[in-house]
Design a protein around this ligand. Structure first.
Ligand code: NAP
Length: 298
């Protein structure tokens, strides 16, 4: 059975995910396909329920369906539950028969389970772990309190940061995220801020993460960081924005002597984690990165 996978969202626009996953299937010599599946909100339930019948092994889920698909799942991972969003659906097939031979021959005697997971938090952690950045006991500043901020905050809480400051334009959303993370990690000290400038004079932040879309193409001249605000010395500055690959925020941080991390590695790592869930195989991350970068530049 081919590895049929895809991406559901609305509108989908130009996604790099099909190029990245299809390159991975080709590199591993697998019969597989990753389709763009634009689906309007009123049709998402019917599409998700049809996935097993249409032979899908799973799909990624993007805006605006990440919350909407949750009640459609038979099972949710701890991460999806804690983050409050599903970005990966896995179609699990079981045979009612215990005989392996019958299981492979008798497709009619199968049943399926839709499992919802979230790989954004793993994707966020991957480049940090790859560069040996230890999060335990560190102090982090999060810019933004939307969907990706929830995945990042979950990752930071799971890896034991000791202080988390959340800055967001809309105060209620910062408060909601702070409340949410406090329930997940009672030992974590959480601060919320809604007014610029960022509270860098109060805390020696080790990590600053932009989870807002500020600086994203076509507004690449924008940055969430004021020009006259210094960066905390020695901080690692991470931008989730990956279009452009090097944002103005990262250029400001690099000019101030900070180490920087762009969002493309996270995009690839969250996709690779989903690929592994669907196929059970080690994803060729270098191939996926090259394909994603080429798709972004095209
Ligand atoms: P989202 O749920 O819509 O949240 C956006 C957040 O940014 C909110 O907190 C919002 O504040 C804030 N914001 C938006 N415009 C702003 C502005 N002009 N000034 C200040 N704050 C602003 O979006 P998301 O899903 O978290 O995605 C955010 C960004 O992360 C996007 O650029 C997306 O491409 C990127 N992303 C990257 C990856 C990756 O793999 N690299 C994964 C996920 C997301 P309010 O609450 O005040 O509206």
């Amino acid at each position: 059975m081919p590895f049929q996978t895809g991406l559901i969202g609305w509108p989908l626009g130009h996604s790099v995910s099909p190029a990245m996953h299809n390159a991975a299937f080709a590199a591993l010599g697998l019969e597989g396909r990753y389709d763009a599946l634009p689906v309007a909100p009123e049709e998402v339930a019917a599409l998700v329920h049809s996935l097993p019948m249409r032979g899908y092994r799973g799909v990624n889920v993007t805006i605006p369906h990440k919350q909407a698909v949750m009640p459609l799942m038979d099972d949710l991972s701890d991460a999806a539950r804690a983050i409050g969003a599903v970005n990966t659906v896995i179609v699990e097939r079981f045979s009612k028969s215990l005989s392996a031979e019958a299981a492979s021959n008798d497709l009619g005697n199968r049943f399926t389970v839709l499992r919802g997971d979230n790989t954004d938090w793993l994707g966020f952690l991957h480049p940090l772990e790859a560069r040996g950045f230890e999060l335990a006991g560190k102090s982090a500043l999060l810019l933004g309190a939307g969907g990706s901020a929830r995945a990042v905050a979950y990752a930071l809480a799971m890896r034991g940061v000791s202080q988390l400051a959340i800055w967001n334009r809309t105060p209620d959303r910062a408060a909601e995220l702070a409340h949410h993370v406090a329930a997940l990690a009672p030992a974590l000290t959480i601060h919320q801020f809604t007014n610029s400038p960022f509270p860098i004079s109060h805390f020696p932040f080790d990590l600053i993460v932009n989870t807002t879309p500020v600086g994203m193409w076509p507004n690449a001249d924008a940055s969430p960081w004021p020009d006259d605000l210094p960066f905390p010395p020695g901080a690692l500055v991470y931008d989730l924005v990956y279009r452009p690959e090097e944002t103005r925020f990262l250029r400001q941080a690099a000019a101030a002597g900070c180490a920087t991390q762009g969002g493309l590695a996270m995009l690839v790592a969250q996709g690779a984690a989903a690929f592994e869930m669907w196929t059970g195989l080690n994803p060729p991350m270098d191939v996926m990165l090259a394909a994603a970068a080429a798709a972004l530049r095209s």
